[in-house]
Structures are given as C-alpha cells and as structure tokens.
Design a binder for this molecule. Structure first.
Ligand code: CA
Ligand code: CA
Length: 266
C-alpha cells in the first residue's frame, strides 16, 4: 500500500517533535525520536478474521497515550505473517513488507495524556493471521492487549491422581500406659506393594508408633490400624508428639503429618 503524503507527514512529525523539545526546554540537536522521552502508550488490537487457510480481516487499534501530551504521532508494528493491509481508516497507513506505519491524520495529531485514539484497517491474510505484538508509538514500545486474547498454550494433560497415604484421624489421644490407633490406607491402587512407615519427628519421646504397614494392590483401600503407644512416665503433663507416615514406594510423596497427645494419668 502506498501513501502519497508520506514525506509531508514526516515533516509534520519532525516539526511537532521539535516543538516538544522546545517546550520541554531540552537541548536542541537530538533526533526527532529523542523527543519521545517521558512517552508511554497502550495499544488494544482487536481483530475480526474470516476464512480458513486464507481470508480477510478487520482490525481496530486503540492507542492510548500514557505519557506526556504529544502533537504528531506515528504508530508502528510488524505483521508476524504475510498479512496485507488493503485499506485503512483514521490514520495515514503505509506498509513495506511486514512493517506497518500509521501516522496521525491531519485532523488528529494531538494526543493528550491519557487520551485514546482509535484507528483501524481492513486486510488479507494467508496461512494464518497472528496478531502483531510490537506496537510502538513514536518509537516507544507500547504495552499491548490483544483481542481476542491469544489461545493459551496447550495445557499439559492433567496429571493422574497421585498415590497418597491417607491417615485418620490426624490427631489422636493416647492414654498413658496404653495404646490408641489411627487408620491408614492408600488413596488409590498402587502398582505393587507399598510399605508405610511411621515415625515420630518431634515431641514427647514417650509416644511411639507401631511397625510399618504393608498395602498390596488388593488391599490398598482396606484401612489398617497403626498402633500408637504412650509409655508410663513420671511427669504429670499431657505429652504431645508429631509423627509422619511415608513410603519409599511412593515417589515424590510428602509425608502425612499427624499428631498424638498423651493423656497423662499422674
Ligand atoms: Ca505421667
Ligand atoms: Ca506425661
């Protein structure tokens, strides 16, 4: 697409940029693009596409100036594919290869802080119509919102439910000099035998857990009692200990933590 007024547009941009430089009291002599100091922008790119392997599309671009007011602007972006603009509106459009420039229309060069200017175009595509993402306003990259938003990358197939140790209750009371038990089972059928060992990790050493329990692919869902013993002690306080139950046959499993409280009898 050709643009007859390109050179005059560039002059407009250059003079506008120079005006900004003067107004800001900046040192003259920099290039026009250096006038874009405090600039910022947001772009919302909304495209409506049709066709299967090729087709047409209409795109609307809302440009929001999040920086200082500007008088004279050019929005640039790059088509990722072979999209071609066939007609544009509300801007002076030009395309060279995949590079696109939309210069402000003569009637819309001023863009105050926080102001949004809407432009758009019609185009064609072949093979695919991925949206451009490198929008820049007067050379300053914009934050970009794409509508529709890009399809999320294929989510990994849901991981199968994890084999876990189930233990209930997670807190038991054990009479001093006696025993109590918790019920242990597995969350799903294991491929082979699973041995669950339980050990005290902290607390009252008078509390201890019984020997390991073995679960097979046949009895994995039948709760087995794990006996907890509270030895007689000389103190008169209710001891407390934290235990974990784990199995080396369950890879990556975190231990099941549970608590036993001694009911002192002194
Ligand atoms: Ca005691
Ligand atoms: Ca005690």
């Amino acid at each position: 697409m050709r643009l007859g007024k390109g050179s005059s547009k560039n002059r407009v941009l250059a003079s506008a940029a120079a005006t900004v430089l003067l107004a800001a009291g900046a040192v003259m002599g920099g290039t026009a693009t250096s006038a874009a100091a405090a600039a910022g922008c947001e772009v919302t790119y909304t495209s409506h596409s049709w066709g299967t392997s090729s087709g047409g599309f209409t795109a609307f671009i809302d440009i929001t100036n999040t920086g200082d007011p500007i008088s004279g602007w050019a929005l640039t972006f790059t088509f990722p594919s072979t999209q071609r603009i066939t007609s544009g509106f509300s801007a002076q459009w030009s395309q060279s290869g995949q590079q696109v420039t939309a210069g402000n229309p003569a009637w819309g060069g001023s863009l105050g802080s926080g102001k949004t200017f809407g432009i758009g175009f019609n185009g064609t595509w072949t093979g695919g119509n991925p949206p451009p993402t490198d929008f820049a306003l007067n050379g300053v990259p914009c934050t970009v919102r794409l509508v529709p938003s890009p399809a999320p990358s294929p989510s990994p197939s849901p991981s199968p439910p994890r084999l876990r140790i189930l233990l209930s209750p997670s807190k038991i009371t054990v009479p001093e000099g006696g025993t109590a038990s918790v019920q242990v089972r597995l969350s799903q059928q294991p491929p082979g035998n699973v041995i669950v060992g339980s050990a005290r990790v902290s607390g009252d050493t008078d509390l201890s857990a019984g020997p390991p329990l073995t679960f097979t692919p046949d009895n994995w869902d039948v709760p087995q009692p794990l006996t907890v013993t509270a030895a007689e002690d000389d103190d008169a306080v209710n001891g407390l200990a934290t235990f974990d139950s784990r199995s080396s046959q369950i890879t990556g499993s975190s231990a099941f933590l549970w608590t036993a409280v001694e009911q002192d009898n002194d």
